[in-house]
Design a protein around this ligand. Structure first.
Ligand SMILES: O=P(O)(O)OC[C@H]1O[C@H](O)[C@H](O)[C@@H](O)[C@@H]1O
Length: 368
């Protein structure tokens, strides 16, 4: 798509005056229903509003998607009410980019530095082969500063395209290029650390195994029987048992609340399929996550004790979020000078009627 066909990028001020880009798409007919006020640059202006408008927001700070709304205006991503929109803290929620290091798997700061650097809008990106007809996208770029080169001495260009599809899908494509001139390769790990908004993750946990398998409110399909590294057990390797991942644990004697004591989970699933689903019974919604170039998938929920220890996370917010992070962690990526790596994640939210086993999760996963 040539630049002249693109919808102009809507740049406005977000929390604490940080720059953010708003992407809008209109689902179905473009019937104009009303008008709304939006900032374009610093100017407040009135634009047509569409009832069936799909929206996403991307902060230049971190190249960070903080919002993804469906055509009913429902927010699909979780952002903490205590998120600190201020450097050097990364924004808690949305989709932080972990690069050039995932978690503490190396000597850099946790999750690397891309999530707390200021990215720029890439006005003239190299050609981008795509089969999407969407005009709602933004290209961002991150290059290392002098300070970055002191802690990670590698020249790179990190291009991120965020696209909102006409059907409401949210696509993130990363292109990372080694621009070292002295012939040095570099190695990195990576993740899209997506925080999904879910209904109460604790529900349906403590009624015994049969209840769990059939009625857990939130469950993950696609990772069963896979090997994982457990971050809570010194990255020891285990094999996932059972039909699906639910968030249960043994209730201790005296726990009459019918909620589990703790389902603190922090696991890196290895060699995962290209499609993973999060089924949310209560919201009757299934998130389908498709990925390319990202073999691993991290599942994280801090549960109550860890939540309380985090300054930028509400004590009870763990109940309504689940991180499903598409990643390249176990086998780090190495790029020689001039080489480029691509990693793509595509998110869809589809209505589901997961009730009394009506929904066959395999069908969700197998459909294209
Ligand atoms: O608190 P953060 O640095 O954002 O990290 C939040 C979490 O991210 C990932 O899921 C890691 O696997 C966890 O070990 C970590 O606790």
């Amino acid at each position: 798509m040539s630049n002249s066909e693109r919808v102009p990028v809507e740049l406005c001020k977000g929390v604490n005056g940080l720059d953010k880009v708003v992407l809008r798409e209109v689902r179905g007919s473009s019937a104009e229903k009303s008008r709304c006020n939006v900032f374009i640059g610093d100017i407040l202006t009135t634009l047509p509003c569409f009832l069936e408008q799909i929206l996403s927001m991307v902060y230049l700070y971190g190249g960070h998607v903080t919002s993804w709304k469906n055509d009913h205006g429902e927010e699909l991503l979780f952002v903490s009410s205590k998120a600190i929109f201020k450097p050097p803290k990364a924004i808690r929620g949305g989709i932080p980019i972990c690069f050039p290091q995932f978690s503490n798997h190396g000597s850099l700061e946790q999750h690397g530095f891309a999530r707390n650097r200021f990215w720029s809008i890439d006005t003239d990106p190299p050609p981008f082969p795509t089969n999407s007809s969407s005009k709602a996208f933004v290209d961002l770029i991150l290059k290392p500063s002098e300070e970055d080169l002191k802690i990670w001495p590698h020249s790179f260009e990190f291009r991120l395209r965020v696209t909102l599809g006409p059907g409401g899908d949210l696509m993130l494509t990363s292109r990372i290029r080694n621009t070292n001139v002295e012939g040095k390769p570099f190695t990195f790990t990576f993740a899209y650390h997506t925080y999904f908004s879910v209904s109460d993750i604790r529900k349906g946990c403590c009624f015994g195994l049969a209840y769990l398998l059939l009625f857990s409110e939130v469950r993950v399909e696609g990772l069963e029987t896979l090997d994982y590294l457990d971050n809570l057990k010194n990255k020891e390797r285990f094999t996932e048992q059972g039909d699906a991942i639910t968030f249960e644990s043994e209730a201790s004697p005296g726990n009459h609340l019918l909620v589990p004591d703790s389902c603190y989970v922090d696991k890196i699933y290895l060699s995962t399929p290209t499609k993973i689903a999060i089924l949310d019974h209560e919201k009757k919604r299934t998130f389908v996550i498709r990925k390319d170039g990202l073999p691993d998938a991290v599942v994280w929920n801090p549960w109550d004790k860890k939540a309380k220890a985090m300054a930028d996370f509400g004590d009870d917010e763990y109940k309504h979020m689940l991180c499903m992070e598409t990643a390249a962690v176990e086998k780090a990526i190495t790029l020689k000078p001039g080489e480029e790596w691509r990693g793509r994640q595509e998110l869809s939210a589809v209505p589901s009627s997961y009730c009394s086993g009506q929904l066959d999760p395999q069908r969700v996963l197998q459909s294209s």
